[in-house]
Design a protein around this ligand. Sequence first.
Ligand code: R5P
Length: 263
Amino acid sequence: MDWGMQNRLSKIIKPKDGRTVMLAVDHGYFMGPTTGLEDLGKMVNPLLPYADTLMLTRGGLRNYISPDVDIPIVLRVSGGTSILSKELLREGMIANMEEAIRLNAAGVAFSIMVGADFERDTLLHFSKLIDDSNRYGVPTIAVTAVGKEMARDARYMSLASRIAAELGANIVKTYFVENFEQVIETCPVPVVIAGGKKQPELDALKMAHDALSAGAIGVDMGRNIFQSEDPVAMIQAVRAVVHENHTPQEAFDKFNELKKQTK
Ligand code: R5P
């Protein structure tokens, strides 16, 4: 692997333990002013000391994050539809590799829709991005989005994740499901899990812990952090699971302790 590609990957996946806490705040690209991110900068800046990577759009980055911030950026480069669309996630490119490099991104993220009527569009756009990714040494994270009509199970996640890797993804982001080992065993590149809808803090910590136990290398988590009753405490609890091997209960105790301190 090229030096530049490896160097950028090491900014996303921490070489110390091979794990990562990615903070995902790109939701506005299809959901607009998502609850918790109405003022993205106000929410995100206090979380940055505890995140390994920040995933967001170019507009999110330019409008809300100062350029002197010390955080590797993963740039959301797919989009083009909204939650109001009949074809949600029929995505194309919303930023190209030149823009990613201009923004000094450590990586780019693109959603693929395996199994959708328009899967060919997303997989071909994704493959084009992979060519640029290899040309410029910028790693690509494949986001395996799940359509409403598709099963959210290990068989589907395994299929989508393996296709992403076969097409050239450096990292796959998928959803945690039962029998997650099956997804890990059949995916030759590192896997991170998305957080999904907001759950009680202990459940989200348990999900992260179970994913890591199954072989995931970290989380790319959004709502379960920024919609928490205490986002700064929650990201530290997630970090304790990912980097300090805390059990879910130990991490939850840490969350409650930190929450008390901020009251
Ligand atoms: C969805 O495609 C977006 O990339 C989100 O960043 C992703 O789903 C992770 O956020 P959450 O943990 O809120 O699901």
